[in-house]
Design a protein around this ligand. Structure first.
Ligand code: PBG
Length: 333
């Protein structure tokens, strides 16, 4: 029934009239438990560098990172995701620094786990911070990113992180077969508790621009692109195939990235597989919201919380977001 007499048969606005009934029928909730906080770490002591294209985000040396981690713990944020800024002389064609047990990431992991054993530490498994050309894998003479040769390095990198104490390794490289190879190596080496968060549906997105500035890989990559391994933004069915493969190969958690423009993919993945599903509100999404807020064009607090709630509504179990600390503060207030 749509109309009865002169009045609407159904009044959707009745439930929206008062705060109590709006609260009673609210379908999604956002809490600090939903956040993973991505952080940029660099060498040195007492070092803080602003990331120009991401106002409010800083690269931090390990000692400063520990202060940030303390804030995250206090706010109830479950986990940090570490991204290293590797000094140029350590970058190479073979990305050897990626599996140096004394490298920046393993040292940061050890410091974090020692200071905050209960805080989850997630590390990125990909070679782009370590290669002189800024690609996520090893390349041949034509510049093509080699799959199977890259896998050998990724396995060493993942093991190195796990041995340093990383709770979760997150392959973000999009090579074929990496999850299976990493899982097998972790099992064989007794790292049976290390979780794998697979960047399963990772798109070749222009929204990663500010991140590449933050880790300093933009200059190395130059005019290069990642089209031969990251997914085409036009595709949805292919994302489901990627997720299916990663689950089969041993992923504990899967991710869709970027976030806001890809919420349809989050929903499809969650509906199809029902596994722990995460989304990454990436650097470009952060930069857009920040820029508009700084111009007074958007209400930052309201828009941040709305954008994060939308991930929950789409089916995400958690969100990697540079707004994690701010959002957790807002939710407390
Ligand atoms: C690299 C990596 C990227 C991001 C996370 N890991 C960039 C890329 O693939 O070029 C992007 C995150 C962001 O934009 O916030 N493997």
């Amino acid at each position: 029934m749509t109309m009865a007499g002169n009045f609407p048969g159904t009044r959707m606005r009745r439930m929206r009239r008062d705060d109590f009934s709006r609260r009673l029928m609210r379908e999604s909730v956002l809490t600090a438990d939903d956040f993973i906080y991505p952080v940029f770490v660099l060498e040195g002591e007492g070092r803080i560098e602003k990331v120009v294209s991401m106002p409010g985000v800083e690269r931090q040396s390990i000692d400063v990172l520990l202060l940030t981690a303390a804030r995250a713990v206090k706010l109830g944020i479950p986990a940090l995701a570490l991204f290293p800024v590797i000094d140029a002389p350590l970058k190479s064609l073979g990305a050897e620094e990626a599996y140096n047990p004394q490298g920046l990431v393993p040292r940061a992991v050890r410091a974090l786990k020692q200071a905050f054993p209960e805080l989850g530490v997630i590390t990125d498994v990909a070679l782009d911070p370590y290669t002189s050309h800024g690609q996520d894998g090893l390349i041949d003479d034509s510049g093509y990113v080699l799959n199977d040769e890259t896998l050998d390095v990724l396995v060493r990198q993942a093991l190195c992180h796990a041995e340093a104490g990383a709770d979760v390794v997150a392959p973000s490289d999009m090579m074929d077969g990496r999850v299976g190879r990493i899982r097998e190596a972790l099992e064989r080496n007794g790292q049976i508790h290390t979780r794998i968060l697979a960047y399963s549906a990772k798109y070749a997105s222009s929204f990663y621009g500010p991140f590449r500035d933050a880790v300093g890989s933009a200059g190395n990559l130059g005019k290069g692109n990642k089209y031969t391994y990251q997914m085409d933004p036009a595709n949805g069915d292919e994302a489901l195939r990627e997720v299916a493969l990663d689950i089969e190969e041993g992923a504990d958690m899967v991710m869709v990235k970027p976030g806001m423009p890809y919420l349809d993919i989050v929903r499809r993945v969650k509906d199809e597989f029902g596994v722990p599903t995460y989304a990454y509100q990436v650097s470009g999404e952060y930069a857009m919201i920040k820029a508009a807020a700084q111009n007074g064009w958007l209400d930052e607090r309201a828009v941040v919380l709305e954008s994060l709630l939308a991930f929950k509504r789409a089916g995400a179990d958690g969100i990697l977001t540079y707004f994690a600390l701010d959002a957790a503060e807002y939710l407390k207030g």
